[in-house]
Write a protein that binds this ligand. Structure first.
Ligand SMILES: Nc1ncnc2c1ncn2[C@@H]1O[C@H](COP(=O)(O)OP(=O)(O)OP(=O)(O)O)[C@@H](O)[C@H]1O
Ligand SMILES: [Mg+2]
Length: 501
């Protein structure tokens, strides 16, 4: 058997009220991509944090052997120095510093203790070339999209020349080409003997890139498998502890198929400066309209215009027969619109507040602060959604920052559902959530339509889009290029519409 670079044995980590890890093991070999899989809250990120010194394991349990020696890192920088480079799920870069500074923070090229800026910039450009990024490395990081920032975080991890590279959901905000580029870089590192830990909820990607798979469930080690020998249904069974068949609803448009349902929301020739052009979108009452298009096609811009984030330069919007002209999200919320944003890390989560407070937030804004929601009412609301969306937490008082990534996503969704909007806009609602919760979200969308809510939903997962949408609009270059419904609404047709030049 090939030597392992890193072996974790019997690792446990307890938080108040939660056993996040219970006797977990993980073995990494040089030159392999090892996928670490499991549902939201299974313990993946916690294992990564314990392994890399960002968190301490429970006193007196387990051991870790790295590079032939027993180790127990007390900080990420110690792990880093030893040769473990990590890109955490929560991208922790410094938004106001330049791209180059972010890439080399803490290990800047120096001469006589002085940072050599031009050399650093040159190295930064070369590093980013691997990722096919040709950007101004002196510009502040926050000028770039989430996807670019994600790639920069990964490039930073790669630049460290480590023996082990850990990537916790690196592809969550990347498009197809960016994923391919990343995989190219991973293959290269692999051939140089680097061991890579890859965490993802995209099983296609797992099968594409990984050699072996370790599955966790409820903080426990379930098994280690060779990817090529593990059929997908078996993998899902290992992750969920039950068969998928039982969970998936019928794959057909779930909402009442009344084609002539009255329009609830209308966007009529809407233009936004430097953004969308002549956009027409119609969402009937009780229906879900899907929005497809590549990153940068205008999907997010449409959502922002509806929610009053960007102001409409010309054209009109209507909601329930009244003009909709929100000048701010607060006005949009009052009018009965809700937007669950794509990037929950920057747009949604208030880490130190409890789940209860995070859920109550938008409803409180809708009611106005003089109609204060009592703690009991907030509690009831939180309990309702914890139950309905199966948010994994011991109670509603836990700070949201302590939930797993996917469960945070569900809390944000609950926040917007609680406002009982007439129009609910969901920007990539299933990103970062596990395959079990995917099915739950799809069923939820159908249920909401059935109860009379109207939804506009963007998703890059075309299979998913056609499973719940009554109609799909396709955007390209910030314009609408196609509308598909009925038998024409297939992933293939959508792809064609997206791709046609
Ligand atoms: N700092 C913390 N304090 C308290 N509980 C925590 C903390 N961090 C994680 N947990 C809990 O530990 C469990 C495992 O969380 P973890 O983040 O490791 O899950 P995950 O497998 O990475 O999930 P996801 O796919 O959603 O990212 C969860 O129940 C979570 O609520
Ligand atoms: Mg995680």
């Amino acid at each position: 058997m090939q030597e392992s670079v890193l072996a974790l044995e019997n690792i446990s980590k307890t938080f108040p009220g939660v056993k996040a890890l219970q006797g977990v093991q993980l073995t990494l070999r040089a030159g392999e991509v090892h996928a670490l899989l499991g549902e939201n809250g299974a313990g993946k990120s916690t294992l990564v944090k314990v392994m890399t010194g960002a968190m301490r394991k429970d006193e007196g349990t387990g051991r870790m052997c790295f590079d032939g020696k027993d180790r127990d890192f007390t900080s990420p920088s110690e792990a880093q120095k030893a040769g473990i480079s990590t890109v955490y799920q929560e991208v922790n870069l410094l938004p106001n510093l330049s791209v180059a500074q972010n890439l080399f923070l803490g290990h800047e090229p120096k001469r006589f203790a002085l940072i050599q800026h031009s050399r650093m910039q040159q190295q930064a450009r070369e590093l980013l070339k691997q990722f096919k990024l040709d950007i101004d490395v002196t510009a502040p990081l926050n000028q770039f999209s989430v996807a670019v920032q994600q790639l920069i975080a990964i490039a930073r991890g790669v630049a460290m020349k480590a023996k082990v590279l850990v990537l916790d959901e690196p592809t969550a905000s990347l498009d197809k080409d960016e994923v391919e580029t990343l995989f190219g870089v991973m293959e290269q590192l692999k051939s140089e003997g680097v061991a890579i830990v890859f965490i993802s909820h995209f099983l296609d990607q797992v099968y594409r890139i990984s050699d072996r798979i370790t599955v966790l469930r409820n903080g426990q080690f379930i098994g280690e498998y060779i990817t090529a020998e593990l059929p997908r249904p078996k993998l899902i069974e290992a992750m969920l502890g039950k068969e998928l068949q039982a969970m998936h609803g019928q794959h057909q448009p779930g909402c009442a198929d009344s084609v002539d349902a009255p329009a609830l929301f209308k966007m009529d020739k809407v233009c936004v400066k430097n953004s969308i052009e002549n956009m027409d979108i119609l969402v009937p009452k009780g229906q879900a309209i899907g929005m497809a298009g590549l990153l940068g096609s205008g999907r997010t811009e449409v959502c922002r215009a509806i929610f009053g984030v960007d102001s409409v330069a010309s054209g009109q919007m209507q909601l329930a027969d009244a003009p909709l002209k929100p000048q701010s999200p607060a006005e949009a919320i009052k009018a009965g619109v809700a937007l669950c944003p794509e990037d929950r890390k920057t747009d949604g989560i208030i880490g130190p507040l409890s789940i209860r407070e995070n859920i109550a937030l938008a409803l409180q804004a809708r009611l106005g602060w003089w109609r204060y929601l009592s703690k009991a009412k907030q509690q009831a609301l939180a309990d309702k959604y914890i139950e309905e969306l199966q948010i994994a937490t011991p109670d509603a008082e836990k700070p949201i920052g302590q939930l797993s990534g996917g469960n945070q996503q569900k809390v944000i969704l609950a926040r917007w559902l609680a406002t009982q909007p007439q129009l609910l806009v969901l920007d990539e609602p299933t990103r970062g959530i596990d395959i079990g919760a995917h099915a739950e979200i799809l069923n939820l969308i159908k249920r909401l339509c059935h109860d009379g809510m109207s939804l506009l939903v963007t998703s890059s997962e075309l299979e998913e889009l056609v499973a719940f949408a009554n109609k799909v609009v396709v955007l390209r270059d910030r314009r609408k290029v196609s509308e598909l419904s009925g038998e024409d609404m297939t992933p293939q047709h959508i792809m064609q519409a997206i791709a046609e030049a």
